[in-house]
Design a protein around this ligand. Structure first.
Ligand code: PMP
Length: 400
């Protein structure tokens, strides 16, 4: 009944065929490698309970009141401190902006910057929810494939040149340089520098999604693009979802003050401000060192689970398959032999008790039909081993 009344902007937001399929898992005993939830055993529950108690006892008038659109100043100062921990220096609270998860940050950034027909560059594959926000802007997409080390920069430069010679100058690139979701890739320092040079040479913005920047468990995380940027070309976003708790719905942006002011005007129209109470909880969590103390545990849990998943894949997947070996984050991405269509295989896989996300969802052009994303953060180790075994056998049967 309402369909004919919907605005043009939302009338093409339709539930995907895959999301509908995955709904079938609800209430059934299916091992889900499809989700993207953090392991709840990594939530610092007691610390958050104590902080919430203290905040409500000591500062109830502030915590329960309206607050400023860009975020509480004291919290933004803590974000500056947290950013320093990630290698970002030379910024102050006027360069930071608090959002309802990094999802809202991406929504705002793309809506502030992209008009229909604008040329935007994305990785192939890339984060589905960001892609969906972009799709709604109706841009002209340029896709750049991932190698084992992040986006193929030769392909990027070639496609950018080609696009410019066709009169379509790219405006921005959305990129997840560290522990990419879904690709599981991490760019080297040299590639980061080269990407910045390319962006400078052809004059486009870089939207850097650092959702997993604090979640690198093998070695040191390379510095984010924004820490190498001398021109203010990078707009950076990260989130508390993976380092504290996603239910708090807190993310943030670091960018030039000029852009932050645009965000402020826009957010006034969306939701006035991010909830004051959750900002104060996260602020105390930084001040009391809760996040810094929790990170080694989170990294250890995910490293162990990643190892279980990779060992099982090695054992049960066909030899012709290849897959990422992520140094951080929550996902492994697999490229199967061309013959396997992972969209078609999903129903059978779920019938056998395992769900995954077909990789084509993460490609702006729905290619990558032989790929799949596998989550290792949420299932237990037993489920990971069992799930990959079932999945491996399903793939082998599909190859017959
Ligand atoms: N970016 C990436 C790459 C993600 O994986 C996620 C969460 N899955 C987000 C952004 C959004 O996270 P949130 O809105 O919870 O901050």
């Amino acid at each position: 009944m309402f369909e004919r009344f919907l605005s043009k902007d939302v009338s093409n937001l339709r539930s995907s065929e895959i999301r509908d399929l995955l709904k079938l898992t609800e209430g059934k005993k299916v091992i889900s490698l499809a989700g993207g939830l953090p392991d709840p055993t990594t939530f610092p529950v007691e610390e958050i309970r104590k902080i919430t108690d203290d905040v409500l006892r000591e500062k109830p008038d502030r915590a329960l009141q309206y607050s400023t659109t860009s975020g509480i100043t004291e919290f933004k100062k803590e974000l500056v401190n947290l950013s320093r921990y990630r290698g970002i220096s030379g910024i102050n609270e006027n360069n930071t902006f608090v959002t309802v998860g990094s999802q809202e940050a991406l929504f705002m950034i793309f809506n502030l910057l992209v008009d229909p027909g604008d040329t935007v560059i994305v990785e192939m594959p890339t984060y589905l929810a960001a892609l969906n926000i972009l799709r709604a802007r109706k841009p002209n997409f340029i896709g750049v494939h991932l190698t084992q080390n992040g986006p193929d920069l030769d392909e990027l430069e070639r496609k950018v040149k080609e696009s410019i010679s066709n009169g379509k100058k790219p405006k921005l690139m959305y990129v997840i340089p560290t522990a990419q979701n879904p690709g599981g890739t991490t760019m080297s320092l040299d590639d980061r520098k080269r990407l910045l040079e390319i962006a400078q040479k052809y004059d486009f913005l870089l939207i850097e999604d650092d959702a997993y920047g604090f979640l690198v468990f093998d070695g040191e995380a390379p510095p984010p693009l924004i820490s190498l940027d001398k021109e203010g070309r990078v707009i950076y976003t990260s989130t508390f979802s993976k380092i504290l708790a996603p239910g708090l719905r807190l993310g943030w942006v670091v960018a030039q003050e000029e852009f932050i002011r645009e965000m402020e005007l826009y957010k006034q129209n969306i939701d006035l401000h991010t909830p004051t109470l959750t900002q104060m909880i996260a602020m105390e969590a930084i001040k009391r060192g809760v996040i810094q103390n929790q990170l080694p545990l989170i990294r250890r849990v995910y490293r162990e689970k990643r190892d279980v998943m990779l060992a099982a894949i090695e054992k049960y997947f066909p030899k012709e398959a290849r897959w990422s070996r992520p140094v951080g984050g929550m996902f492994v991405f697999a490229w199967l032999p061309e013959k396997v269509d992972t969209v078609k295989m999903l129903e059978e896989s779920m019938r056998r008790g395992v769900a995954y996300v077909p990789g084509s969802s993460f490609y702006h052009d729905y290619s990558g039909r032989n790929t799949m994303r596998l989550n290792f953060s949420y299932p237990t180790k037993q489920e990971l081993e069992e799930g990959i075994k079932i999945l491996g056998n399903t793939i082998l049967d599909f190859l017959k």
